[in-house]
Design a protein. Structure first.
Length: 369
């Protein structure tokens, strides 16, 4: 269920609706819910977490839990449609009660795919009802141990195609309860168990509590991950997101490129000083010394780019660097305006220092040693 970078990139290519255009920087939740455009979109945040923050496992965990929530919503939505429209037998009291519970959930429409606590009161209430329904449904099943349940699921998976995997409460064409169980277990085995492939560090006994609920109580409802999900979200919001905005919203260069620009800028500036002093002390005419403009301009421009983490010309053209030799257009309106203003400042600083150096080394009287 891990999110591939290419899928995240494709999900952020559509333009924003007019009512989502912000006159401010986006929040982390808006980025995670794909409500932003490059260079502050989810794909850019994924690349930042992978290449610079080195903690992409936390982001993958949050995205996988959000996907688990969407899976549960879709399962209950399809189950509700099947029970209310196409179920032929509602004679038992259990079926009637299930029908009443599903009917009370409403249309199950959501404004986003993220945690319920960020939505409105109706969405939070719907997610609570979904979790309660899934827990009650699980409790009504036979009390098999988690090992027996996995063995049964494994046998069914090995003898059936994905389209044939259903249970008594799931429509044949939709997700089954086994899919939800496998989703919860995959998150557990990938991120939370000690020594897991992509284990993340959580505070206190959060991981142990989730493990116990899945292993001993067979839970797979979305509220199972609420504490861990909120902890990861707050950690990213506190430790990673400010740096992401600083890099993507106030600049358009990545660290490897900045190092290269620093080195080349220092070399160009040294070359300008060396050439300038030689031309002065060899008493070359001022017209010849005008060639010093070239190394001084290159050196000052590259050093200013390093200092501000911004290439002003590239920003004015509407591009930002995503990875080495890979660029993307700036489509977030507020960020585009912000980078345009900063680019003018960087160009002004570059022109000022470049002019000062050129005037000094061109107009100073020559003296042959």
């Amino acid at each position: 269920m891990a999110y591939a970078g290419s899928n995240l990139e494709e999900a952020n290519t559509s333009p924003l609706p007019d009512n989502m255009v912000r006159n401010r920087l986006p929040t982390l939740f808006e980025v995670l819910c794909r409500r932003t455009q490059p260079p502050v979109d989810l794909f850019s945040f994924y690349i930042y977490m992978r290449d610079q923050q080195r903690s992409v496992d936390y982001l993958d965990f949050w995205l996988d839990v959000a996907q688990h929530m969407s899976l549960c919503r879709h399962y209950v939505r399809e189950l509700r449609r099947s029970v209310l429209v196409g179920t032929p037998d509602l004679e038992t009291e259990e079926s009637k009660r299930s029908s009443r519970v599903l009917d009370a959930m409403g249309d199950l429409s959501y404004s986003h795919d993220g945690p319920a606590r960020f939505g409105n009161e109706k969405e939070r209430d719907q997610d609570a009802k979904i979790s309660n329904y899934l827990r009650e449904q699980q409790a009504e099943d036979s009390p098999a141990s988690s090992q027996e349940r996995r063995a049964r699921a494994s046998t069914q998976l090995s003898s059936s195609t994905p389209q044939q995997i259903t249970d008594s409460n799931s429509p044949a064409h939709a997700f089954s309860r086994i899919d939800i169980q496998r989703s919860a277990e995959r998150i557990l085995y990938t991120f939370l168990l000690p020594g897991a492939e992509r284990e993340i560090t959580l505070d206190g006994t959060i991981a142990a509590d989730v493990t116990r609920e899945i292993e001993e109580n067979n839970r797979d409802d979305p509220e199972l991950f609420d504490v861990a999900k909120d902890y990861v979200f707050q950690a990213m919001e506190r430790d990673a997101f400010p740096g992401f905005l600083r890099v993507r919203a106030f600049g358009n260069l990545i660290p490897p490129t900045l190092i290269v620009r620093l080195i080349v800028g220092l070399v160009a500036l040294f070359g300008g000083f060396w050439t300038g002093f030689n031309l002065i002390f060899l008493d070359y005419p001022r017209l010849t010394r005008c060639w010093e403009i070239l190394p001084f301009t290159i050196g000052v421009y590259l050093l200013a780019s390093y200092q501000y983490s911004l290439d002003p010309i590239m920003a004015l053209l509407g591009y930002t660097e995503l990875t080495p030799f890979e660029f993307t257009s700036i489509r977030e309106p507020y960020v585009r305006k912000l980078l345009f203003q900063r680019s003018l400042v960087v160009l002004a600083v570059t022109a000022l220092f470049d002019a000062a150096l050129c005037v000094l080394f061109i107009l100073v009287p020559g003296h042959r040693l």
